[in-house]
Design a binder for this molecule. Structure first.
Ligand code: AMP
Ligand code: ZN
Length: 151
């Protein structure tokens, strides 16, 4: 898709803070985080939302989500995490390239407090990337277990 912002990020034509790239899936930081470490899991191929995403790719996105929740809760000690995908405009979808939000939560408020946002700063992004970097191999381990090593 020529003008899709997430396709442009994946092609390297627009900037993003990447957390993970590989096996047809990318993870990068949301530019307007709900909380520090707000990530988006995005397939390299363009699909609009979960309703038209092939099952294998949907499974891949949620396998990566499970790995990230594991990392955030077990390795980094976050007490809570939201995993969300918005499908369709009435559900709040703004970017029509399927993505899954993974939002570490320190401050509470549950899903009712998912809107207070600020612009991502370089400092915040780099701090979070340094924190999570040692555990990124867990994503490959999860994908390997579900889809096999050679995918
Ligand atoms: P939604 O479609 O409602 O799930 O939300 C799209 C998300 O993408 C929002 O949280 C935006 O802050 C985020 N977003 C939009 N453009 C960019 C971008 N260029 N880089 C990173 N995140 C983005
Ligand atoms: Zn796209």
């Amino acid at each position: 898709m020529e003008n899709c912002i997430f396709c442009r990020i994946i092609r390297g034509e627009a900037p993003a803070y990447f957390i993970y790239r590989g096996r047809g899936v990318s993870v990068f930081l949301d530019i307007f985080p709900v909380e520090k470490g707000h990530m988006l899991i995005v397939p390299d191929e363009h699909y609009e939302s979960l309703h038209d995403t092939p099952p294998r790719i949907a499974a891949k996105l949620f396998t990566v989500a499970a790995a990230l929740v594991r990392i955030l809760r077990n390795e980094l000690g976050f007490p809570g995490v939201n995993v969300i995908t918005n499908s369709g405009r009435p559900a709040g979808q703004e970017v029509f390239h399927i993505h899954v939000h993974v939002i570490p939560r320190w401050h509470g408020g549950g899903w009712r407090r998912l809107v207070s946002r600020h612009r991502l700063t370089d400092e915040e992004a780099n701090e979070f990337i340094d924190m999570i970097k040692p555990y990124i191999h867990i994503i490959d381990e999860y994908l390997g277990e579900v889809f096999g090593e050679g995918m």
